[in-house]
Each structure stands twice: as C-alpha cells, then as structure tokens.
Design a protein around this ligand. Structure first.
Ligand SMILES: Cc1ncc(COP(=O)(O)O)c(C=O)c1O
Length: 438
C-alpha cells in the first residue's frame, strides 16, 4: 500500500537494512550517535523525496536510546576485539574483569544444579535458599542482621541498578554521585528520568566525599546519595568516619559494594553497619570471578521490596536458576579461592603502581581496593579519549579513557590490573616504547 519507503541516514557508515511492516529501512550505525535532531533522513517515496530531521526518532529510535552515551570502556574493548580478529596481539588493561577462572566449587555446584534439573524460573525475588545464604554472609562478614525478606536476587549488579533506579526515580529526582564515577551511573539515572548531581572528589582527599562539599548539594529533590567503596575508577575506600557522617545526614544511601572482598591494606565496611536507610548493591562478578554468570543482589528497606518485585516480574521474571544455586556455593565455600585472588591482585597492584610511576604517570593516591589505578596522564595528553585509542592502535595496549568516568577524570587513564603479572609487565614495556617514540 505504501510502496517502498527507503530511509537513508545522512551519516552512512556500514548501514544495515531492516525490513519491517512492509518498509525497507536503511539506518545509521555509527559508534557515536549523532545528537538528537541532527540525523537528517531522506525519505524517498513513490510520490517524491523529502527530508525530516526527526524522522529517525518518530519512526523507530526512542529519544532516550538515541541520547544514552556509549560505555567507552566497552567501545575500547570492542575495538580491541576487532584488532585481535585481524591478527593483532592486544593486552587488555581496560576491562573490569579478572583473568581468574571461576572457583571450582562454584562450577561444581552449577553442574550439580543443572544435572538435578534446576532449569526453571525461580521466585522473582530469588531462591529463598540463596536469600538466606546472603543474609548469613552479611552476618558473618559485617555482623549485620538482615532479613532474607529484604534481599532481592538480580541478574548482576547492572540489572540491580536498573531495578533500583526504576523504583526510586520520578522525572527530575536527584541522585548525588561522586565525580569521577562509574560510567553507567549517570547514564542509567538520566535514562530513567532522574537528574545526576555530581560532587567532585579529589585525589588529595583520597577521592572521598567531603561532607562540606556534599551538604550544599542536598535539595528537596534528593532521592539518595550514591557511594561506591571500593570505587571504580579510583580504587578508593571510604573511611568508616565518612560513612558514618553520610549516614547521619538522614538521606537514603545507595551503596554499590560490588568490589567488596577485593581490598588490600585494610578492611571494607558495609553501609549497613551504619544505617538501615540504605540500598546495597552486591555482586558476584568481581569477587568470585563470575562476570559471565550474571548474578547480583539488592538489599533494600522493607517497603521497597514489593515495588521492586513488580518491576523484576515484568522486566526480568527471575534471575537464572542454576546460577543462583551456584551462588550459594560462592558465598559458603569459595573464601579460600577469593583470598588467593585477592593476594594475587595485590601483587599486581604494587607492581603496576611502580611501573606507572617509572613511566612518568603522576600518582599521588594509591588505590586500596578493586583492581584499578586512575593515573594522571596530563603530562602526555589532556584528551584521554584520543590518547587511549592512540595507545591501543600504536602500543597495542587497551586502556580506559578517564573522560568515561566524568570530566573530573579527564586527563587520566584508568588501568585495570586484573590481567596476569606477565601481561602487565609486557604492557608496561610496550608503553615505554610508545612513549619513547612520541
Ligand atoms: C562500580 C560497578 N558497579 C556495577 C558494575 C556492574 O557489574 P555486574 O557485572 O554485576 O553487572 C560494575 C562493573 O564494572 C562496576 O564497576
């Protein structure tokens, strides 16, 4: 009836054709989405040809998906994968994933669950047995007594963040975050209609919130203050004193505790030791080397369980059932494995800090947890994005550009030391040759 409708984006780079409802669409596929309204589309119909600046949005792509920025670390990783496919040898220091195998006891528990046919949907809030195991773990580790009813199992910390922000945010509601931040926080908050209120944290303060800079940011619209300790990208650990002070402000706190267990000189604290007015995000990806398994959990005040449950039912139904059974083994049997991984990561941390300093990166702050170093690279470049891609293409070392973590991290490069000592050593040698040739 409509004849053949062809849409040609002005920025044509590798355009796929999508046939839908009798139309043939040719869409733009660029790495960096054009700003809203900039994508000029040529509509060619049987009656003639006309242009529309909004046609892409009105016909197929939502504003929010046009506007969400890419996760730059993934862009570097995916470029590195492309180069590897062409035969290049790349050393990966960009991605937040350890090179360790998932501990055998976890794999065994998963195989057993599969053999026993644990392959169906579970309760949307998660297996009761796992929720109880998380509660026991919290009691052992932090001496906090949390009812399993307040624990919601999710398919990773990222879906937990999505569920939480979906449940908390109405349009214009504010979430306070540090700057530098984990890249996905602001992207998700904005995607779900919230407003991001960044607070600059500084190297000389150990990248910790300072109460005097935090207090003026609180408004009637503040829904929560987000903390992430140990932090991505800085490796900073919040002191118990600052955690207590933030808890005393009386606002809800969102505490992303995904890097708990990977702390080197001291010990981490859960926000639940200081307040129950908190939403805690926990994950299995980092501590148990389970990034590909996709499992995490949320601990929330009781009244938020039901709304979260409804969102989970509609969007995700439940987390993977056999992975949930394996997670019980992670919590109860994998401590020795985690200890070995933690010690190994610490050796890598000390090694990379020394080599980065020798290469000329300025490091006044030493990370205490997670597996990242945010290194000041301003003597080499103020444009971390171009710098990271140049390092990738010339030195064959994949690193993360600071700008991905906020404008306060521009001029920095984030190195992940989750790779083997041998590979880190080779990466540093490659960087040395790269800098010598600059
Ligand atoms: C601070 C932080 N939160 C959440 C996530 C997401 O982790 P998951 O694999 O559990 O989705 C990451 C991953 O890098 C992270 O660094």
């Amino acid at each position: 009836m409509h004849g053949k409708l062809q849409i040609m984006a002005a920025r044509q780079t590798g355009l796929p054709t999508v046939a839908a409802k009798g139309f043939n669409f040719v869409t733009s596929r660029t790495h960096h989405e054009p700003p809203r309204g900039m994508l000029r589309i040529l509509l060619k119909t049987g009656q003639g040809t006309f242009r529309s600046s909004h046609a892409s949005q009105s016909l197929m792509i939502s504003n929010r998906s046009s506007e969400i920025p890419p996760f730059l670390v993934m862009e570097v990783l995916e470029k590195a994968y492309d180069m590897e496919r062409e035969g290049e040898n790349i050393i990966h220091l960009e991605v937040g994933e350890t090179d360790f195998e998932t501990p055998q006891c976890i794999k065994d528990a998963c195989t057993k669950a599969l053999r026993e046919g644990k392959t169906r949907y579970t309760h949307s809030l998660g297996l009761w047995e796992l929720r109880e195991a998380v509660a026991r773990y919290l009691l052992r580790r932090y001496s906090v007594d949390i009812s399993p009813h307040r624990i919601v199992i999710t398919m990773g910390t990222s879906p937990a963040l999505f569920l939480l922000f979906s449940t908390l945010l109405d349009r214009g509601d504010e979430i306070i975050i540090t700057n530098p931040y984990y890249s996905c926080y602001p992207n998700m908050i904005r995607f779900l209609g919230g407003k991001v209120v960044p607070v600059n944290v500084r190297e000389e303060h150990g990248y910790q919130y300072q109460i005097e800079t935090l207090l003026p940011k609180l408004t009637k619209k503040t829904k929560a203050v987000l903390i992430n300790s140990p932090a991505n990208p800085t490796g900073a650990l919040l002191s118990p004193q600052i955690m207590r002070e933030i808890a005393a402000m009386g606002h809800y706190i969102i505490s992303d505790e995904i890097y708990h267990g990977l702390v080197y000189a001291t010990r981490e604290h859960s926000i639940l030791e200081f307040t129950n007015n908190a939403f805690v995000l926990g994950g299995f990806s980092k501590k148990y080397a389970m990034t590909g398994w996709r499992l995490g959990y949320l601990i929330v005040p009781e009244k938020f369980v039901r709304p979260l449950q409804k969102v989970q039912q509609n969007f995700f139904i439940s987390a993977n059932s056999f992975v949930q059974w394996a997670a019980i083994a992670a919590l109860e049997e994998a401590e020795n494995d985690v200890e070995i991984m933690r010690k190994t990561l610490n050796e890598r941390r000390l090694f990379i800090l020394q080599r980065l300093r020798e290469l000329g990166f300025q490091l006044r702050f030493e990370p205490q947890g997670a597996f990242y170093v945010l290194a000041n690279a301003k003597r080499f470049s103020n444009d971390s994005r171009s710098f990271a891609f140049d390092i990738l293409s010339k030195a064959k070392v994949a690193v993360a550009p600071g700008i991905d973590f906020g404008d306060n991290a521009e001029g920095h490069i984030r190195f992940s030391y989750a790779n083997s000592l041998q590979n880190i050593q080779e990466a540093m040698n490659r960087l040395q040759r790269y800098f010598a040739a600059l």
